[in-house]
Design a protein around this ligand. Structure first.
Ligand SMILES: Nc1ncnc2c1ncn2[C@@H]1O[C@H](COP(=O)(O)OP(=O)(O)OP(=O)(O)O)[C@@H](O)[C@H]1O
Length: 225
C-alpha cells in the first residue's frame, strides 16, 4: 500500500447465505480523496462500509484501513480502528438525554485527553459545523440538518483522517442536504478523505467527485452524467 493510501481492499468477498453480496472486489482511497459509493437498494453499499470499520468480517481478501489490517484485526484493536475513523450514519444516533456539547464531548471522554483539551476541541468542532450557539440545546430541539451537523462534529472530534458517511443526507430536505454536502466538502478541503454512500444521483451531479458503483457483487468506477 502506498503511503498515500488510506483504504485498500484486495479481492474482498462478503457472502450471506451463499449469496456473494461483494465478489472479489478491489478498491483504494487516497489521502484527501472524496468518493461516492452508489448502487441500488440491497446492492451491498452498507456492507462495504461495515467491512471498513470491522462491523462485519470479509469471507476472503485483504482490507487495510489507516494503519490497520482490518481483515485480520483482533477484537481488542477494533475500538482503536474506529477512533481513527469518523463514522456518520443516516439516522442520527445522538444520545437523547445529553445536550449538544455532551454528545460531542462523549466521543473524546473514552480517550485519555485532559478536560481542558476536550473543552477546546468540542468548541472547535462545533464552530466548524456552525453550531457553537446551540451547545446547550438538546437533540430533540434541533432540526434534522442541525442534528446531522452534531453527528458530523462528533465524528470529527478525534481528528480522523477518514470520514465514512452512510446516506448522511438521506433523511433531510434538499436545502439541509445541500448544506451538509457543503460541510463535507469543506472538511474534505481540510485534507480528510471522505467515503460517502448515497442514493442521490442529483447530489452527485451537483457536487461531482469520483464515484464507484456496486452492482451484481462488483465494484466499478463510473461517471454520473
Ligand atoms: N447480516 C446479514 N445476513 C444476511 N443477509 C444480509 C445481512 N446483511 C445484509 N444482508 C443482505 O445483503 C444485501 C446487501 O445489504 P446492504 O445493506 O449492504 O445493501 P445496501 O446497498 O446498503 O442497501 P440499502 O441501499 O437498501 O441500504 C441485502 O440483500 C441484504 O438483505
Amino acid at each position: 500500500m502506498s503511503e498515500n493510501t488510506v483504504i485498500e481492499l484486495n479481492n474482498v468477498s462478503v457472502i450471506y447465505d451463499q449469496r456473494h453480496v461483494l465478489d472479489r472486489i478491489n478498491f483504494s482511497l487516497e489521502i484527501g480523496e472524496f468518493c461516492y459509493v452508489i448502487g441500488k437498494t440491497g446492492a451491498g453499499k452498507s456492507s462495504f462500509l461495515k467491512l471498513l470499520y470491522s462491523d462485519i468480517k470479509p469471507d476472503n481478501g485483504m482490507i487495510r484501513v489507516a494503519d490497520f489490517e482490518v481483515s485480520n484485526i483482533s477484537d481488542r484493536k477494533i475500538p482503536h480502528l474506529r477512533r481513527r475513523l469518523g463514522i456518520v450514519f443516516q439516522d442520527f444516533q445522538l444520545l437523547p438525554d445529553r445536550n449538544v456539547y455532551e454528545n460531542v464531548a462523549f466521543a473524546l471522554r473514552v480517550t485519555d485527553h485532559k478536560p481542558k483539551f476536550i473543552k477546546n476541541r468540542v468548541m472547535e468542532v462545533l464552530g466548524l459545523v456552525g453550531l457553537s450557539h446551540k451547545r446547550n440545546a438538546m437533540p430533540a430541539d434541533l432540526s434534522g440538518g442541525e442534528q446531522q451537523r452534531v453527528v458530523i462534529a462528533r465524528a470529527l472530534a478525534n481528528e480522523p483522517r477518514i470520514l465514512l458517511a452512510d446516506e448522511p443526507t438521506g433523511n433531510l430536505d434538499p436545502e439541509a442536504s445541500s448544506s451538509i454536502m457543503d460541510l463535507l466538502k469543506q472538511i474534505n478541503n481540510r485534507g480528510m478523505a471522505v467515503l460517502m454512500v448515497t442514493h442521490d444521483y442529483e447530489m452527485v451531479r451537483r457536487h461531482p467527485f469520483r464515484t464507484v458503483q456496486i452492482k451484481d457483487g462488483q465494484l466499478h468506477e463510473i461517471k454520473v452524467i
